[in-house]
Write a protein that binds this ligand. Structure first.
Ligand code: CA
Length: 334
């Protein structure tokens, strides 16, 4: 799979979407005069003119908004160079529209750099974007929050300072444990922020979504590395996360957002040519989706990543069937 994709020439996003649509969906794309064989170009990765990482999807109305990081390291350099976040939207998970970058590290006066993983949520007619960054004065990583009236922004710093700084958590003796925010609003309206690296932290958020509302707690999960993502379905809370390193994706389930969490196993294996994996799980128009990143484009790798999408299937008992990563992705209905 990887070798095949690496031989492909770089193509623009628009062209990529046309390819991705395939002959069976050219009508939906509005480019019915363009036909490609279904297997000529893989659907995954879905974005081919930029390197995109750390996907976080938000379903709002009849649209999915996909927020990603943006790998910009010069070719051949194995380091994270990430200065802004990107935003795409789709009404069918197959055709994706790129929006102008709605948020940059420069939008936070207290941020040094490093637009790392993030997630957007919606509450009371506003969109809140939780981001991991490097703090300019408090040593280590930090989590900030931006706000907008619109899902594609523009967003502005909602707080004027960090929501979480490295010194607020000391369970992990590293400077990068306060990353990878994931936010969920429980059925009773209480919002929770989850985050962490090597330790999984969580805390309540006040209704204003920009202040903690209680102590920071930890959750013990087998081989937790980073990238917690919390979602709910049919009375179950799911806490998926990056497991070991290079990363697989594992998950735990609980009837209660405060646990106890029961470990349920691996749902995604190591992503091709990438030591990170970083899942986002959503329900949209009757299907469930698993969104992650790999290093499948030409000249790609763990610092030049690309977002991919697969269907996710639940078993009758609520457990998740392992994801099978493919080039075909969700190009055609399952
Ligand atoms: Ca810390």
């Amino acid at each position: 799979m990887i070798d095949k994709i690496k031989t492909l020439p770089a193509i623009s996003l628009t062209a990529g979407l046309l390819f991705a649509c395939g002959a069976t969906h050219t009508g939906q794309s509005g480019n019915s005069n363009v036909h490609f064989g279904n297997d000529s170009i893989p659907f995954n990765p879905i974005i081919r003119d930029k390197f995109t990482a750390d996907p976080a999807a938000l379903v709002h109305g009849d649209t999915v908004y996909l927020y990603t990081g943006h790998d910009e390291a010069p070719k051949g350099q194995s380091r994270y160079v990430m200065h802004d976040w990107l935003c795409y939207s789709s009404v069918d998970m197959m055709n994706w529209k790129e929006h102008k970058s709605p948020l940059s590290v420069k939008d936070f006066a207290w941020v040094k750099d490093d637009a790392w993983a993030s997630q957007v949520t919606y509450r009371d007619n506003k969109f809140y974007w939780y981001v991991a960054v490097t703090h300019s004065t408090v040593p280590g990583k930090a989590i900030g929050v931006a706000v907008s009236d619109y899902p594609a922004g523009p967003f502005k710093d909602a707080l004027g300072k960090a929501l979480i700084t490295n010194d607020m958590t000391t369970d992990a003796k590293i400077s990068w444990d306060d990353i990878d925010p994931s936010v969920i609003i429980a059925d009773d309206g209480q919002a929770y922020l989850f985050w962490g690296n090597t330790k999984c932290y969580y805390a309540k958020l006040k209704n204003n979504m920009i202040e903690l509302d209680g102590p920071i707690n930890t959750i013990d999960l087998p081989h937790f590395t980073e990238a917690p993502w919390v979602h709910k379905r049919k009375g179950w809370y799911y806490l998926s996360y990056a497991y070991q390193f290079p990363e697989k994706i594992a998950y735990a389930m609980s009837r209660n957002i405060n646990g106890p969490w029961e470990y349920k196993g691996i749902i995604n294996e190591i992503a091709g040519n990438s030591n990170t994996n970083h899942q986002s799980i959503i329900e949209f128009k009757g299907n469930s989706y698993f969104i992650y990143h790999n290093g499948a484009l030409a000249d790609a790798g763990g610092f030049h990543r690309s977002v991919c999408i697969e269907y996710l299937h639940y078993n009758k008992d609520g457990t998740i069937s392992p994801i099978i990563m493919t080039s075909k992705g969700v190009r055609t209905q399952k």
